[in-house]
Write a protein that binds this ligand. Structure first.
Ligand code: F6R
Length: 607
């Protein structure tokens, strides 16, 4: 949930660290800090507040030095405050640590270290790492860090400075993301590529219980026993401009507009004529016919993408699909065995609950496929197979292109299985393939004229409550629409299966309540019209979303936004784009901090 960066090279470290932190701010933004080796001392500057507050503080008193570490925090242990901000120094000031993760045994360690005369300043779990290093230090950092890792339980990605080795940066990792960026006479550590991408495209992954020892010219890796480990670098071709706003007022809007490309990049390399090729995933008849259940697991929007996928896969593959919240799945004694295919969905590939779910599914004998956006992330590495969504870096906390590409990937998986099972007609299969290939253009069509969406959004920006209703896949899409609105605008929003409204929730409808009705499924038009009438009869206002050719819905609603005509089964991608814009314009009108909504972080690496 926090972002960490480290630099060793020939440049002044402070500006490099601050720039890196700005790129990592989506991971946490309640406090920030940097530490630089300045001569033979380590100087830390830290503050409560966003990175821009830190920049002001650093400007007044910039630490000098060419090696340092930085941190942007999303508080878990100890409220956001100057003293709880990272980096944390050991009592003697000789060691300094930035940490992402949670040290689960910090209370025992802290008590023990205090009993050995090491005073603590903060309420954080992270400070124990710095103190433990001081306590165990034997003059050799590698063997000290091996001992430190033996004593820590929980999760960590940590960058470490040691005043005794002022040209060396160290890193350790367990269960939290950390990449090592390899530059020209300079090297980096970072929670994610984006923070180092302007300096290098070459990266190495640090695995669990490994140590990196880095100078400007050399990087050496060790395992938990202090043995050297060889690693092969890989190249990340993401363009740095993708991690910049490029003229848009917010990353979220930029990422909404990147969806035609993201969808194209995710779909087109896999559609080869009338064949779907899902990278290295082998969907042989024997494999497919052995599947008697599919579990889709994810959190938040990834879970919502899974619900859309469930509808599609069940319809075309006739396999029982259950879609589970990862945080619930792990404690639910899941019905999962070697005939279950488990699909874990995660944009970041680092979400702790989803990773735990993946590990459990594997332990129960299930074959696992990860639908993931971030290359080489933990979920991508640990799953049996991986299907990447090629959305590019997603910086805004609220996912947009991450979600729509996940839905597109699930459509591909569903169609592939249906085809291998021979239970879809060739005609229908080809029709759907064509529809998928057209999705990027249809999204572009929506994005080419957003005035109406903006107008409605701005009219409703002062409301306290918005309902989203729909049936079937429209209900699945409503879930995502409601989440988008509440997380960035702080308006209470709720998605309801339209037919369920009358079983209780309709009592909340009154004058002024907005209900966004998704009416894209032809076989459900009539039923949806009755639901719309029921809302209007309680003086509620209905804004309908329907296809261009469905005129009746417009006549019977208080407002209408149309989506380009397309096959009913793939509409959730198009409605998602409209609902993202709707939420965006409402939040913008309300003056919300759209890219960094309160209390949220993008990559949720705690369970
Ligand atoms: C909502 C949102 C979150 C994420 C969720 C899972 O806009 O972004 O609900 O979808 O935290 O994250 P990933 O996909 O990285 O596992």
């Amino acid at each position: 949930m926090c972002g960490i960066i480290g630099y060793v090279g020939g440049k002044k470290a402070a500006p490099v660290l601050l720039k890196g932190l700005q790129r990592l701010e989506y991971r946490g933004y309640d406090s920030a800090g940097i530490a630089v080796v300045d001569g033979d001392t380590i100087r830390a500057v830290k503050t409560r507040g966003e990175v821009k507050v830190l920049c002001d503080k650093v400007e007044k008193n910039e630490p000098d030095g060419i090696i340092g570490i930085g941190h942007t925090r999303w508080a878990t242990h100890g409220a956001p405050s100057d003293v709880n901000s990272h980096p944390h120094l050991s009592a003697d000031g000789r060691f300094c640590v930035v940490h992402n993760g949670i040290i689960e045994n910090f209370a025992e360690l802290k008590e023990d270290l205090i009993s050995h005369g090491l005073p603590f300043k903060s309420e954080t779990d992270s400070e124990v790492i710095a103190q433990l290093i001081q306590y165990l230090y034997n003059g050799d950092m590698i063997s000290t860090l091996c001992k430190v890792m033996d004593r820590l339980s929980g999760s960590y990605a940590a960058g470490i400075l040691c005043a005794d080795s002022p040209s060396t940066l160290y890193a350790i990792r367990k269960d939290n993301p950390l990449v090592i960026g390899l530059g020209q006479n300079e090297n980096f550590i970072a929670s994610d590529f984006a923070a180092a991408l302007e300096h290098t495209h070459n990266f190495v992954q640090l695995n669990d219980y490994e140590i990196a020892q880095m100078t400007a010219r050399a990087v050496t890796f060790f395992d938990r026993n202090g043995n050297k480990v060889e690693k092969t670098p890989y190249r990340v071709d993401w363009d740095i401009s993708l991690a910049e706003k490029g003229g848009y007022p917010h990353f979220m809007l930029k990422e909404i507009y990147e969806q035609p490309k993201a969808l194209h990049d995710t779909l087109s390399p896999r559609i080869k004529g009338d064949n779907i090729v899902l990278d290295k995933i082998e969907f042989s008849p024997a494999n497919v016919n052995s599947i008697n259940r599919i579990n889709i697991v994810g959190c938040g929007s990834a879970y919502h993408a899974g619900i859309v996928g469930k509808h599609f896969i069940e319809k075309y593959c006739r396999i029982n699909v259950s879609c589970e919240l990862a945080s619930e799945y792990i404690y639910s004694n899941p019905i999962t065995d070697n005939r279950t295919l488990t699909i874990v969905i995660s944009q970041s590939g680092e979400t702790a609950d989803s990773l735990a779910a993946l590990r459990l599914a594997k332990k129960l004998g299930s074959h696992t496929i990860a639908i993931v956006n971030v290359l080489n992330s933990a979920i991508a590495r640990e799953a049996d197979d991986v299907l990447y969504t090629y959305a590019g870096p997603e910086i805004a906390v609220a996912t947009t292109k991450g979600y729509t590409t996940q839905v597109a990937a699930l459509f591909l998986v569903g169609l592939k299985i249906a085809k291998v099972k021979h239970i879809i007609s060739d005609a229908r299969y080809n029709e759907l393939l064509k529809e998928l290939a057209l999705l990027p253009d249809k999204v572009s069509e929506i994005l080419s004229d957003t005035d109406k969406i903006k107008r409605y959004a701005e009219n409703y920006a002062d409301r306290k409550c918005v309902f989203f209703i729909g049936r079937g896949t429209d209900y699945a899409a409503s879930l995502e629409g409601a989440l988008k609105l509440k997380e960035i605008s702080y308006i209470h929003a709720e998605a309801y299966a339209a037919g369920e409204l009358k079983h209780g929730t309709i009592s909340l409808i009154e004058e002024g309540t907005i209900t966004v009705a998704l009416v894209t499924q032809q076989d459900l038009y009539a039923k949806m019209l009755s639901n719309i009438k029921a809302v209007q009869s309680r003086k509620g206002t209905v804004l309908a979303l329907s296809s261009q050719s469905n005129v009746k819905v417009g006549e019977q609603s208080d407002g209408l936004i149309t989506i380009p005509d397309c096959d009913d089964d793939v509409t959730p991608v198009l409605t998602a784009v409209i609902l993202q814009l709707f939420a965006y314009y409402i939040a913008s009108k309300r003056g919300c901090d759209i890219d960094k909504p309160r209390h949220l972080a993008k990559s949720v690496t705690v369970e």
